[in-house]
Design a protein around this ligand. Sequence first.
Ligand code: FAD
Length: 595
Amino acid sequence: MTYTAPLDDMRFVLDEIAGLSEIAGMPGYEDATPDLVDAVLGEAGRLASEVLAPLNHSGDREGLGFENGVVRTPKGFREAYQQYVESGWNSLPFDPDYGGQGLPWALSTAVTEMWNAANMSFALCPLLNQGAVDLLETHATEEQKQTYLTKLISGEWTGTMNLTEPQAGSDVGALKTKAERNGDHYLITGQKIYITWGEHDYTDNIVHLVLARLPDAPAGTKGISLFIVPKFLVNADGTAGPRNDLRCVSLEHKLGVHASPTCVMAYGDNGGAVGYLVGEENNGMACMFTMMNNARLAVGMQGVAIADRAYQQATAFARDRVQSRAIGSSDPKATAIIQHPDVRRMLMTMRAGTEAMRCIAYLNAAEIDRAHRHPDATVRAKSDARANLLTPITKGWATELGCNLTSLGVQIHGGMGFIEETGAAQHYRDARILPIYEGTTGIQALDLLTRKLLRDGGETARGLIEEMLETMAQVSASEDTRVSTLAAPTIEQIRSLAKSTESLLKTGAEDMVTAAAAATPYLNLFGTVVGGWLLCKSALTASAKLASGEGNSLFYDAKIKTARFYLDNILPQASGYAAAIEGAESVMAMDEAQF
Ligand SMILES: Cc1cc2nc3c(=O)[nH]c(=O)nc-3n(C[C@H](O)[C@H](O)[C@H](O)COP(=O)(O)OP(=O)(O)OC[C@H]3O[C@@H](n4cnc5c(N)ncnc54)[C@H](O)[C@@H]3O)c2cc1C
């Protein structure tokens, strides 16, 4: 159950798909030199494999302790967190004015992949904290930044996200937690459920970002405000002071991520928890969206990470497990199962799916970097729109596929996959939350349809499709026939995506019910086609590297073979999604009573 960070592929995708060297040329990102990037990836890989990965299985088995509102993390987790913080990992992409290192999100996203592949439960704490930092960097006052942001960036304290209540899950607008004005602060009363790392023993303070409603607030999402609610109020000298009126009431018992505390939180049992407004009253959702978008990309990244971990484990098992003679072999001896074509099919599916997802996630992060730092305002605006379009696709597609790939990981293990000792089952159990939290796939699909496609009349989607076709013209013109033959099937599916996009724009204008029924197939279609496009682009580069004799020829050769496999075995699923979009009317055909 070891984990080795796939540094070669990470570096390749950062360079060739995300365009890291171009990003490093932008003002503010100059520190991201090739040497520094190598050092960051190498050191992160070491911490992930030597410290975090060995705690993954033991953390799953031991789980969390909970007594009198106090959470005890599994053996070794607290020390690992200290090591992670002391080595400066918590501050990688953040504002240097508040103690951050100011490195690109693309690089930080690759590092996030390693933490999550090594130990998803552990990584969830920094994941939520990263979103909290992004939110406060963007929306907090200078005083709030000095008090909270610096400590969340250093990792001295951690941040959480508090949206969900029993009656308000996907429907955030239904939340009831109350906030009353009380001088320079507010008093918060209510219950939040499922709060990830809402209580723990890592740090001496926890900063909760809580959505609540003022007494005179309008109904729905337009009446939600956002508050900083620290576990301990902060003294004038910046240290943690008296206990605030909030507590963790219980921990959920879950299918997976057993070492990540999922907390029921009670605010204001004794009169009201002190909270400080972030941004304007009733504008909390807009602020929270900064954190949610950050977390959505990071959760998509978790899909990539867990699939890669499961792939590594399945490959090791398949090399080791001996069963039956290989078909077509004259050798009467039984062979390792990696030689059986069906096992190869499963391993290739895992590999190709994971590499395609990695491409989308890193590209998504790179577009965020461009949106922040590109010197040209037109490019910034275009990248911002593109990052917004890609985020629900990364979140939705990479988590659904990630889940399916961990299931294949179990399958490759046969019966041993179902036995907990191997750890293959843990990846499958851990992965299952990914398409649910941070907005279910259904919610991502509606976001893609309404906010990202219909709102700009399809402009951003068309721009991306155009760029895909431009790449394919280059692929088609390649002198390497292994590459040029990738073009035709991919172009066909890109055109099919274009057709579905136009058809959905039309349906969305006329019949929103049918358009909504087509939203998830559209998200899957988009993800599948973007994955194909980016693997073709990878193959084109790999072919050029092979021709020049540069670098690791086995790695580049594998890139071309992986792209071919994806086009032959995964990309054709796009046709099924396109057909489902066309046939979406049948989704609502039955009466409710007929179920
Ligand atoms: C382990 C774990 C950790 C979590 N961490 C946090 C956290 O840190 N902070 C936090 O605030 N929350 C957290 N959550 C909550 C999580 O974000 C919600 O569970 C999720 O958003 C779904 O809400 P729900 O569970 O109420 O499901 P529901 O909203 O009841 O959804 C049930 C089903 O209905 C579908 N559905 C609902 N509404 C629609 C719609 N309008 N259109 C189409 N389909 C719809 C959903 O897709 C889903 O399939 C966590 C949850 C878990 C299990």
